[in-house]
Design a protein around this ligand. Structure first.
Ligand code: SF4
Length: 470
């Protein structure tokens, strides 16, 4: 086995590019998802090490000496961070000219040859699901025999046939053992999750076809492939052994509620264990299932509402009706489930009027907390193709020179600056309502830990808004 380093490279300060990050960028409030996509192959390569530079506050100077200790480095990249990551790879190569370097992630899965063409320092990129691809490279197999690989040899780029989609999801070992070995769980914080938390996947892929959504269209696929209930529960038991301080488990599957009977089965097991947990959900889960989940430890649902305009939801193929989302929200609230709602501004069909509709809709639904993102046309998504065909893409990247999201899209009726500015307006109108202020203040008074955290996050949020000024 080659001595293998899995590296989530240093980038902009506070850059959240890990697996659970749907929009890789620097956040409103400093927060990090776990590098689960890298932890998975790391669990398959004995003796490897996973280094997650952004949450550990590591810069290039900190990671460079590692280059001399390894034979193989596997870097996770993303469209916004790719130029940065290439510079890190080139520096590692200068440090150790014999180091073999590979890139993984959605960006290189979509553009394998262009990515390899980006720098001589990249020896190979893995396409699609890369867990077993990377393991075979680490075993030292000839690259020509490894499925799902594009690589450079003798100055030319070669590609092997695609790797079949992974069907036996239980073949993936537990990531919590890698977290324990290599990461500091306290460094991972998400504003709406209890701290510290642990997140992992119980399955990959999503049955919905949202045109903007990165992972199912690039790596995960359009079927929800799942691990067995016993495999998942075993990993949670192991996580509790490793991290008794963890207060919450988050299931980062694209849509954990895509398979309702299975979600209920996992919930019942977690209920027996007394685990507090949260997950991603679509806003169409029926009341009966919500009740089972809530009765068995569910604390929070992360829900992609996206827009308050039905035409926009249809444009992006969300497969969701506003009245269904309203009913779902009422049900969840009645059961005492906390909701973190996510919204996107600047989707196809957006106008000043639809932005106003979405702000009003969010205030009406009144999730406990929310996040407003700018529509990001990632290469490999249907929305990116649509934007190219319609001339909506300008010269702007997905993030600016500080790693903050900016609007790469603009429409004849809506400038990119209006989309950008409307994010701040949205946040202010949602959070600066007396009802919301009282609710948040009440939580802070009830729990000292929440008080300390919210004060810090509030200050960060205000600084974020100030930094966003173009
Ligand atoms: S439901 Fe969620 S995870 Fe699934 S495709 Fe749509 S946005 Fe992506």
């Amino acid at each position: 086995m080659l001595r293998t380093l899995f590296l989530h490279p240093p980038s902009w300060e506070g850059f959240d590019g890990g697996a659970g990050s749907r929009y890789q960028a620097r956040r409103e409030v400093r927060s990090f998802w776990y590098p689960t996509w890298l932890a998975q192959p790391a669990a398959l390569v004995p003796g490897s090490r996973l280094v997650d530079a952004p949450p550990d506050g590591l810069g290039l100077a900190d990671v460079l000496p590692l280059a001399r200790l390894y034979d193989l480095a596997v870097l996770h990249t993303s469209t916004p961070s790719f130029p940065h990551d290439v510079r890190v790879a080139e520096a590692l190569r200068r440090e150790n000219p014999r180091l073999r370097i590979g890139f993984v992630g959605a960006h290189v899965a979509v553009h394998p040859e262009e990515s390899l063409g980006g720098s001589e320092a990249i020896d190979f990129v893995a396409r699609g699901e890369f867990d077993f691809t990377v393991r075979e490279v680490a075993e030292g197999r000839p690259l020509a025999e490894v499925l799902g690989l594009s690589y450079r040899e003798d100055g030319r780029i070669h590609s092997t046939p695609a790797r079949p989609v992974l069907e036996d999801m239980d073949a993936l070992p537990w990531v919590v053992d890698v977290y324990k070995r290599d990461l500091t769980v306290e460094h991972y914080a998400i504003g709406y999750l209890q701290h510290p938390y642990v997140s992992l996947y119980t399955g990959r892929g999503c049955r919905s076809r949202c045109t903007f959504c990165l992972w199912p269209q690039t790596v995960g696929g359009g079927r929800y492939r799942t691990r067995s209930v016993a495999h998942v529960v075993g990993e949670i038991v192991q996580a509790r052994r490793h991290f008794p301080q963890v207060r919450e488990v988050f299931f980062d599957d694209d849509t954990f509620t895509d398979d309702l009977p299975r979600a209920e089965a996992i919930a019942r097991e977690l209920g027996r264990l007394g685990v507090t947990w949260s997950c991603n959900a679509k806003a169409n889960v029926p009341y009966e299932t919500l009740r089972v989940l809530k009765d068995n430890g569910l604390r929070l649902l992360l829900v992609g509402y996206e827009s308050g305009n039905q035409r926009i939801l249809n444009n992006i193929k969300k497969g969701l009706r506003l009245d269904v989302a309203r009913r779902f929200t009422r049900d969840a609230k009645a059961l005492g489930i906390t909701i973190h709602g996510t919204f996107i501004l600047g989707l196809p069909g957006e106008s000043r009027e639809t932005i106003e509709e979405t702000v009003r809709y969010a205030c009406e639904l009144d999730p406990d907390t929310l996040q407003v993102s700018i529509a990001a046309p990632y290469p490999g998504t249907a929305m990116h193709r649509e934007a190219l065909e319609n001339g909506w893409l300008g010269e702007r990247a997905l993030v600016d020179g500080r790693g903050l999201q900016q609007s790469a899209l603009s429409y004849p009726n809506l400038a990119h600056t209006e989309i950008f500015d409307s994010v701040e307006t949205f946040y202010r109108r949602f959070y600066f309502r007396p009802r919301k202020i009282f609710a948040l203040a009440g939580e802070m008074l009830r729990d000292r830990r929440v008080l300390t955290r919210r004060l810090r996050e509030g200050a960060e949020f205000v600084r974020f808004l100030a930094r966003r000024a173009p």
